[in-house]
Design a protein around this ligand. Sequence first.
Ligand code: SAH
Length: 233
Amino acid sequence: MHTPVYFVSLGPGDPELITLKGLKILQQANTVFYPATQSKQGEVVSRAATILRALEIPESVLCPFILPMSKDRSHAQQAYDSVYEEVVKQHDGEKRLVIVAEGDAGFYSSIHYIMDRLNDAGIPSERIAGVPAFIAAGALGGIHVVKQEEKLLVLPGIVTGEELEQYLGSGLTVVIMKLSQCGDVISAFIKGHAGYQYHYFENVGTEKEYYTDKREEIACGKFPYFSLLLIKP
Ligand code: SAH
């Protein structure tokens, strides 16, 4: 038997937005590694765990890896390195080892680092596609993300006002992920550019999901980690 290591996409938050293929792999898993964070008070929080429990994946196979909140990427790297080492230890070609990620596991997902290392070590892996948050956001807002000849640009939260002016000025629809990294830029941009359409989303697919297209509200907002903005010219 040559069972690969599976990377399963969980979707943005609504447990029903996982694929059937992803769910079947989770149901047969021996170990499911999932990301979690630890608050300053020591409380472990994990959107992935909430989804996995809603899907009734048995507690006995769940194995968290704690990602530090700090901006220093080397800390996160260490967490991924330990998952990699644990996977290598457990991998025997028969056990079903699964690593999960929110949204689509191949879209701005740091677990690519683990997949790259497995690849380098010659351990086969397979990734199961999933629904990325911005696609689920479009459905929540009743927005056609792009239509006909429109072009889409997705940005990972690193952007300046001048760049946004340039992109939107040339007719692109823009999606900005990781908004918490560029709150001030976005706030100033919205105040100075009343002519565009802004669609803001928070915690899509969860009990706390929120959508607004009110410019004033978005402009003064503080953005949590799970938030994104769609701007149309
Ligand atoms: N793999 C994920 C993206 C991970 S990057 C995907 O396919 O969507 C993390 C960023 O994704 C967050 O900062 C936020 O911008 C966005 N995001 C992920 N889940 C979200 C959700 N449920 N609601 C709103 N934004 C979300």
